[in-house]
Structures are given as C-alpha cells and as structure tokens.
Ligand binder design. Structure first.
Ligand SMILES: *Cc1c(COP(=O)(O)O)cnc(C)c1O
Length: 388
C-alpha cells in the first residue's frame, strides 16, 4: 500500500452507529431513512424532488428513460468520462454521440454539442467531470433553443456550485432537467454504493419512483402504513434500483459532513495550485469565474514531452498513489467500432494525472506529492532531451 492514497472516504463512528440503528429497527430497505435522506438531499441542492436509487448508473438510466430516450435515438455526450455515462445511453437502446471536450479542462465543449444535433437527438447528457461544473448556461440555452432536454451526470459534483442569475447555486438544483449523483466511495460522500436523482418536474419524479421498484403502483411504504388492504398493480416493466435504509442512514450522516469535506478539499486544492505554480512541465486545473469545484479529484496536465506512466511509476516508488486522467469510452471495445477521433479527449487521457486529494489529507502530504512530482519530472526530462 502506498503511504499516500489517491482518495480516502471520511467514514466514522457516526455512520457505523446510523447503520446499526437501522439494522436493529427492522426496516432495512427503501423505508423512512431513504425518505429522510431524499428530503435532506433535495434541501441541500435546492431541488423540488430527490429520488434515491442504487447508484448513479441506474440514476442516469432512469433519467434518460424519463425524457423519452428509446430505441434508435441519439444522445449527445462526452467520451471523456467514466464508461457508465455512455453505458446508460445504451441501456435505453439509444446511441451515444460523442463530442470532444473543450480547451483547457476536462468538460464538454458546448459549441460541438450544437453542431452534433440531428433530428434524432433526444437528450444532451453533460458531465461535471471530477466535480468541475461544465458550462451549463450555454448547454441549457442550446437545449432550450432546440427543445432538447439536458441531463447532468453529476456523479462527482455533490457540493460543487455554479453562478446562476447572479448567485451561487449548488449543482443538482438542477439547472438542466434532471441531475444524477453517485455515492460510490471514490466520490466526495459515500453510502458504499448509491445514487440520487434530482428534478423540479414532478412527472419525472413519479416515474423514477415507479421504475426503481419494479413498476409497482403502490410502494411498500404506503402498503405498510395503510389501514386498508391494498393490492398493487404493475403497469410497465420496471427495475430493482432501490437504495437500502442502511445506505440512506449513512448518507444522512455524510450529508452533515459534506460542507466541512468540501471546505477542506477547496483549501487543499488551493495549496496544490500555489505549490504547482513553481513546478515546470505541469498545468494545474482551474475554475472558470462562474464555477466552484468540490475538487472530487485534482487532475493535472503534463507537458507533452513528459511520459505519464514513468511519472506515475516514480511517484508510486516514492509511496504516492496516482491515477491516469479520465478514460475515453470511444477507445474501449464496446464503442471502439464507431470511428471517433476526439483529439482533446485523447490528449487528456494520455497526458493528465490525478494526484491524491481527500479532506483529511495533511498539508505536508500535499507538499510531499508536489515534491515527488517535481523530482519525477526532473529525473525523466533530461533523458528525453538526450534521446531526442
Ligand atoms: C462514478 C461515475 C459514474 C457512475 O457512478 P456509480 O454510482 O458508480 O454508478 C457515472 N458517471 C461519472 C462521471 C462518474 O464519475
């Protein structure tokens, strides 16, 4: 195990106690804790509705279904994302239409979105990659102009903010039509696995609740509390995308911790930025003036003459875990046949590195990471020059 991990969830006695309380209560799935978590989550992001599901991939599947994505439709999205973004589109038997990311970041280029719209485009699925808000104002304007719904893959973006109508608002309000969040341990707060859908459209929220529980017209919570005998019906094919009450109880504690977690991440990201300004060959990530990241990941871009793998190996040898920049779905087997060329996405995968960042990371470790990165670059660069 490296001395400095790339990420570490903040889980403690309070979460363990919350799960214990639920287990001993006897109501362990989609019950009162799930309902409370939904309410608290909706209040936190400022959404009218929040619906808990099993993870963010299932959240995106239901979001796409809700806006009517089906067989043969096209959904415009990025390849440069975790593969679940593209897979959720395929679950609807629709086709992901990949566009490249913009200059100087890892998010979708809105200009390319407009150019990719066809009569078959049923949705825009944008991603707030690594927690950094994408250009929602432009994307939502494009969507409105063409009558195309905007779904936000906010898997990484709980606690991130965007300037909207002159005030700072949480991602997930949502600014598009629906947003989906993840509570996987790699994200900023965790329930082990878990997801959340937010929307201001009550019809979408009703559909989510129907589909997450097998298409059952009367949920368990209603049947259990009814003084009359009620028989449910099943009007359409649904799924089992439920969240358990153990997860929701943990999520409620995590939500309490979230402001502190985001504040700590922002402080450490600021420190990284200051220290990296003195390291040659590395570009630090930056926020647009309308965006505030939760810094779910801190991803730097290396100069083209620096070997990504060599740097990552040197850092691992120094006891520091890193990860390669975000993957590209169009380079993986399920999507490789479509002939995409996305130069900025490909460059981002090949030349960027995710550095360790988690809320309880000591500042000395940020310094140690930057020093190790600087040393690794200095050690490999002269060799490259000599062989050139
Ligand atoms: C993690 C992630 C997902 C998938 O979330 P799960 O909860 O693991 O299903 C989807 N999209 C992005 C951008 C992610 O980072």
């Amino acid at each position: 195990m490296p001395r400095i991990p790339v990420a570490a969830p903040n889980l403690g006695e309070e979460e363990a106690e919350a799960a214990r309380r639920v287990i001993l209560s006897g109501w362990v799935t989609q019950g009162p804790e799930v309902a409370a978590f939904e309410k608290e989550f909706a209040a936190y992001v400022g959404a009218a509705h929040a619906c808990a599901v099993s993870n963010c991939t299932t959240a995106l599947h239901l979001a796409l279904m809700a806006v009517g994505v089906g067989e043969g439709d096209e959904v415009i999205t990025v390849s440069h994302s975790f593969i679940a973004t593209a897979n959720a589109i395929v679950y609807c038997r629709a086709k992901p239409v990949f566009v490249d990311i913009g200059e100087g970041g890892f998010n979708i280029d809105p200009e390319l979105v407009e150019a990719a719209i066809t009569p078959r485009t049923k949705a825009i699925l944008c991603v707030h990659q690594l927690g950094m808000p994408c250009d929602l104002a432009t994307l939502v304007a494009i969507g409105r102009r063409h009558g195309i719904p905007v779904i936000e893959d906010a898997a990484c973006a709980i606690g991130s903010e965007i300037e909207w109508d002159g005030s700072w608002q949480k991602i997930g309000r949502p600014h598009g039509d629906i947003a989906g969040f993840s509570f996987h341990p790699r994200k900023v707060i965790t329930t082990g696995d878990g997801g959340m859908l937010t929307t201001n459209n009550p019809r979408y929220d009703e559909k989510f609740r129907l589909w997450r529980q097998h298409g059952m017209t009367v949920p368990d919570s209603v049947r259990h509390s009814s003084a009359q005998v009620v028989f449910e019906t099943y009007e359409e094919v649904g799924y089992n995308y439920r969240m358990t009450d153990m997860q929701a109880a943990v999520g409620r504690v995590q939500l309490q911790r979230l402001p502190g977690i985001v504040a700590a991440r922002r402080r450490l990201a600021g420190l990284y930025g200051d220290l990296l300004a003195r390291v040659a060959g590395v570009a630090a990530p930056s926020e647009a003036n309308w965006a505030r990241s939760n810094w779910q990941s801190y991803c730097v871009t290396l100069a083209r003459d620096i070997d990504q793998r060599e740097i990552m190996q040197a850092m691992l040898d120094a006891g520091i875990a890193t990860r390669r920049g975000i993957m590209n779905s169009h380079l993986e087997r399920p999507y490789a046949g479509d002939g995409y060329r996305l130069p900025r996405s490909e460059a981002a995968q090949a030349h960027s590195v995710i550095l360790p960042l988690y809320d309880r990371m000591p500042e000395e470790d940020v310094e140690a990471v930057v020093n190790a990165l600087d040393n690794a670059i200095r050690a490999t660069r002269p060799k490259l020059r000599a062989s050139a």
